[in-house]
Design a protein around this ligand. Structure first.
Ligand SMILES: C[S@@+](CC[C@H](N)C(=O)[O-])C[C@H]1O[C@@H](n2cnc3c(N)ncnc32)[C@H](O)[C@@H]1O
Length: 301
């Protein structure tokens, strides 16, 4: 009954983004799911829908465990990536993205975290070093890089690095940073639970990490999905081993539960001490934070 109803509905980009987000626990093995993907893809193409970064990000999140070797899944991912328009109404880098996408045929969305390959791609900054050691901010799970680009803009003396496991989000972030002419923003593709140590070592060859941020990590609320949460004991251990004393780790989420869990993981490690959150002018709102604010939600830090 669902299919004709969806076909007949005049859906816009936001509705399609939300609908795809809702598919997250369904499998692309299902015939109905594949048919739904075809309908959504044809609607997006027919209406030439434009979606914000956040809507595309939500939609891709819903597809994360689907098999990218299935034509219908690949097709909708392709359509989504070319549907994105920037939130801040700057020019869309669609031509750039299209040419870069073909260099990323493998997509980690198709893998569950336990099967996720270590697809770490090292960071490369456009700007050269002045000779002095740099101060870095590392953002874990940066998505399309809005926060990283914002901080890079407000702190030109710092280098800002985003780590993100989804390749097309990284491709987009790199293209936008290039368009914005940012010399001090870079993005690494990889899984924080596998690749963070490597990233921190690379960064520390040329400077010191001043701040690490984990903004609105995916909640993975189902008990059987707990292991997929990015901030857990093993990640805290990597941070403790690689960071210098006094490095700040900032964590925020709209879910109090996740913040409590993160606080417990840091406390148990005995390597960190909790301090009250101090507001900083340079820390712009993240994409998810904007959504939470707009909907009147609370941000826990
Ligand atoms: C809910 S989004 C939040 C994005 C952004 N930080 C914000 O606040 O708008 C979480 C992001 O973390 C990424 N992510 C989740 N687990 C990750 C991991 N283990 N390593 C790297 N990135 C991860 C997801 O792909 C997604 O882009």
């Amino acid at each position: 009954a669902l299919l004709p109803c969806v076909k007949a509905s005049p859906l816009d980009g936001q509705a399609i983004g939300n609908a795809l987000y809702g598919l997250q626990s369904l499998s692309s093995d299902s015939q109905v799911v594949r048919q739904l993907l075809v309908v959504f893809a044809s609607k997006l193409k027919a209406f030439d829908c434009k979606m914000t970064e956040q809507e595309v990000s939500n939609a891709l999140y819903g597809l994360q465990f689907m098999d990218l070797s299935i034509t219908e899944v690949r097709e909708i991912v392709d359509v989504l990536v070319t549907s994105v328009t920037s939130d801040d109404a700057e020019q869309s880098p669609s031509r750039d993205r299209r040419s870069q996408r073909s260099r990323h045929p493998l997509n980690p969305l198709a893998s569950s975290e336990s099967r996720l390959p270590s697809n770490f791609v090292a960071v490369a900054f456009p700007g050269t070093l002045s000779g002095e050691r740099c101060r870095y901010l590392v953002d874990i799970g940066c998505d399309m890089g809005g926060f990283v680009r914002g901080v890079a803009q407000s702190r030109p003396e710092m280098r800002v690095v985003g780590l993100e496991m989804r390749s097309h989000a990284v491709t987009y972030a790199v293209a936008r940073a290039r368009e914005q002419g940012l010399q001090n923003a870079a993005f690494a593709q990889g899984n924080a639970n596998v690749d963070l140590a490597c990233l921190l070592r690379q960064v520390q060859d040329t400077g010191e990490v001043e701040t690490v941020t984990v903004n609105f990590p995916d909640p993975h609320l189902l008990p059987e999905h707990r292991e997929r949460r990015v901030l857990r004991g093993s990640l805290v251990k990597v941070l403790a081993e690689h960071l210098l004393p006094e490095t700040e780790v900032l964590f925020q989420s709209d879910l109090a539960l996740l913040v409590e869990e993160a606080r417990a993981a840091f406390t148990v490690s005995r390597c960190f001490r909790a301090t009250p959150w101090q507001s900083r002018q340079d820390l712009v709102d993240t994409e998810r934070q904007k959504v939470v604010r707009r909907s009147g939600g609370t941000v826990h830090k």
